[in-house]
Design a protein around this ligand. Sequence first.
Ligand SMILES: C[S@@+](CC[C@H](N)C(=O)[O-])C[C@H]1O[C@@H](n2cnc3c(N)ncnc32)[C@H](O)[C@@H]1O
Length: 416
Amino acid sequence: MPSVEGVGARRAALQMLDGVLRRGQTLETAAGASTRNLSPPDRALAVAIAGETLRRIPDLDSLIDSATRQRLPDDSKARIVLRLALAQKIGLGTPDHAVVATALPLVDGGPRRLVHGVLGTLLRRGLPAVDAPRLPPQVEQRWRDAWGEPVVEAARRQIAKRPPLDLTFVDDTESKAYAKAHGGVSLAPGHVRIESSAVAALAGFGEGRWWVQDLAASLPARLIPAAAKDVLDLCAAPGGKTMQLAAAGHIVTSVDSSKARLERLRENLDRTHLTAELVEADALTWDPKRQFDAILLDVPCSATGTFRRHPEVLYRARPPIIAAAAEFQGKLLDRAAQWLKPGASLIYCVCSLEPQEGEQVISAFLADHSDFAMEPAELPDFVTSSGNGSVRILPGLLEDEGGLDGFFIARLVRRG
Ligand SMILES: C[S@@+](CC[C@H](N)C(=O)[O-])C[C@H]1O[C@@H](n2cnc3c(N)ncnc32)[C@H](O)[C@@H]1O
């Protein structure tokens, strides 16, 4: 049988969904293996289909269930093929005939008639436009308990949209003029938000005048006191925060345990003409033999705050993974605290929407360390600090401007 055009991209999307949903991979890792033999446009299409599916699974499943007599198992091939076919129609506007023609070969030798029948029924019925797709029920429940219904509703609206591109400038004073010249907006010193995805084609990329960094991710480094000379960036790669610290004139030591990620940090520093000392080490065993004027600790986490760009986190970050991450974060914080000079500040941050990885890590740390206290954080106008030194960025903040990644930031000071 001649192969139908576009089936390769759909087959790769199917493998990616399997990698994410069954094997707990990131979309990037799953894409690496699944799209190796595809052309760049087909690769982009496969990633777009898998991403669009992951943004909408609960709503896609309700549609599928409304057209089958017996519920298809969650991990059955028929359900996954139906999900990705319907996601193309709803999220990417793929025409009906292409949706059907590219789905059926994926179930050759299997439930082809069933998939054909369900697709035919649903496409004839007409699919609803969903601009606030439901999140997985257990995630909605967790976030409802932690932050309330309006935050869940904002997260639903945000997952349907492509987040804008945020740039951080080496030279703070450049960003306003750049925003004006390129149709962007500057929401904080050194920041530009722009509607574009062609990063390498944007003015100033080659000269290293800026790097890509979500506005929320740029907030922690803004809390390092200007007077701190010798600054440790712990868990530093790929280096957005190291570059901010180096650009602000600090002498930066950047530690990370991943050699590959440190290589990306090195490339980023080279491109932006900034300098830092790079150390490949496990923070749990590294011994710096000195104390620092300030420490930025950007711990590894569930990354649920990045769900707009990485919808797979909603499926990967299960409660045991969040609990294990929180335990590890507490250990990293205990260790980093020993390397801080008396009177100096430690900024702890995490791109997670789970209080277990943010507020609870800090309260457990403070309960055990009477020589540390929280200190109020000063940030751009649009962010409100709790007044005690912590900042929580939730879905809904700056929504009309394109939103922010979810984050938690705490400023701790070692008593002098
Ligand atoms: C959230 S990312 C850091 C992002 C980075 N701060 C930035 O702004 O680009 C967490 C980092 O922690 C590193 N990491 C994980 N476990 C570590 C350990 N035991 N010691 C040092 N680094 C570790 C990971 O390799 C990863 O690069």
